[in-house]
Design a protein around this ligand. Structure first.
Ligand code: CUA
Length: 313
């Protein structure tokens, strides 16, 4: 069951088990269509054919038809057993990753997807995977229930806090595909998207090397994080007002808080604002920053501070 182009109902099949999932789906679908048409069709036909024509009409006594009664017990039972057996096998295939799968750690948080590779490389919003090789996403959430869905792979699984869940797949075709969050997780749930890029082995290796932060200065790393961590959704870098204060000219500026206190925006202040956003709320802004950034590591915090410092005027 190789890959096929998408149809009106279904996206392209890009993973090794996409065909299997679709076959099962279409089997259940067509069995339902046949039974629906058969049941509703004969019901309509009989209702018309045997309608009461005369108010005094009395129906004839019913005669038992053993074969018919047996058939409507046996046929659906066999169908249910078939679908159960087929579905269970497919479910196991989807659930149990091959032991040699390449493992990528996935963290879901309001409202982005983060990915961590075995060599420590971290990305967000975009994940690269090698083609023709089993890949396993080991997933957890830092806050609420999210759900990882990659339609072209027919791979989908909930992502929970305090627990690991996983999905695996083996992509059969290079390209860039969509990842969605399919569990309502708050205000920006519909914007919790990511791209999955399937590369050939050589391109994947090159990309992974290019992402190694060991080669980046803190400033370059911070600049990358600004986009990857979606800071840009709430903080501008050109002075314009968004949900949160702009980063332009923030470094070294005097901050006035809702409780009347003040502070100078130095490294310690920025660090606290990233890791404990509710500690001080700048006057005139909502207390809207998600707590989820408290999981950023030292290098990431240092990078972001360096980036904000570079935007001082
Ligand atoms: Cu995360 Cu919806």
């Amino acid at each position: 069951m190789g890959e096929t182009d998408g149809t009106l109902w279904m996206p392209e099949q890009i993973s090794t088990f996409a065909g299997e999932v679709d076959w099962l789906f279409y089997f259940v679908y067509w069995v339902s269509v046949v039974f629906f048409v058969g049941v509703v069709g004969s019901m309509t036909y009989f209702a018309i054919k045997y309608r009461r024509r005369d108010p005094n009409e009395v129906p004839l006594p019913l005669k038992e038809h053993k074969l018919m009664e047996a058939s409507w017990i046996v046929v659906p039972t066999l169908l249910v057993l078939l679908v159960f057996n087929w579905g269970f096998k497919t479910y196991l295939h989807l659930s149990v990753a091959p032991p040699d799968a390449y493992v990528i750690n996935v963290t879901a948080k309001k409202w982005l997807w983060e990915f961590e590779y075995p060599n420590g490389v971290k990305t967000a919003g975009e994940v690269h995977v090698p083609v023709d090789r089993p890949v396993k996403f080991q997933m957890s959430s830092t806050d609420v229930l999210h759900s990882m869905f990659i339609p072209v792979f027919r791979a989908k699984h909930d992502v929970l806090p305090n627990r690991y869940t996983s999905v695996w797949f083996q992509a059969e075709k290079e390209g860039t595909y969509d990842i969605f969050c399919t569990e309502y997780c708050g205000q920006q749930h519909s914007g919790m998207l990511a791209k999955i890029v399937v590369d050939n082995e050589a391109a994947f290796g090159e990309w992974l090397a290019s992402q190694d932060v060991g080669n980046l200065s803190p400033l370059e790393y911070g600049e990358r994080l600004y986009t990857q961590q979606n800071c840009a959704a709430c903080h501008s870098i050109d002075g314009s007002r968004m949900v949160g204060p702009t980063f332009q000219g923030l470094w070294g500026a005097q901050r006035v808080f809702e409780d009347g206190g003040t502070a100078v925006a130095d490294a310690n202040y920025l660090r606290e604002s990233i890791l404990q956003p509710m500690a001080h709320i700048v006057q005139g802004y909502p207390a809207a920053m998600p707590q989820t950034y408290s999981t950023l590591d030292e290098a990431q915090v240092t990078g972001l501070i360096a980036y904000i410092e570079s935007l001082a005027q």
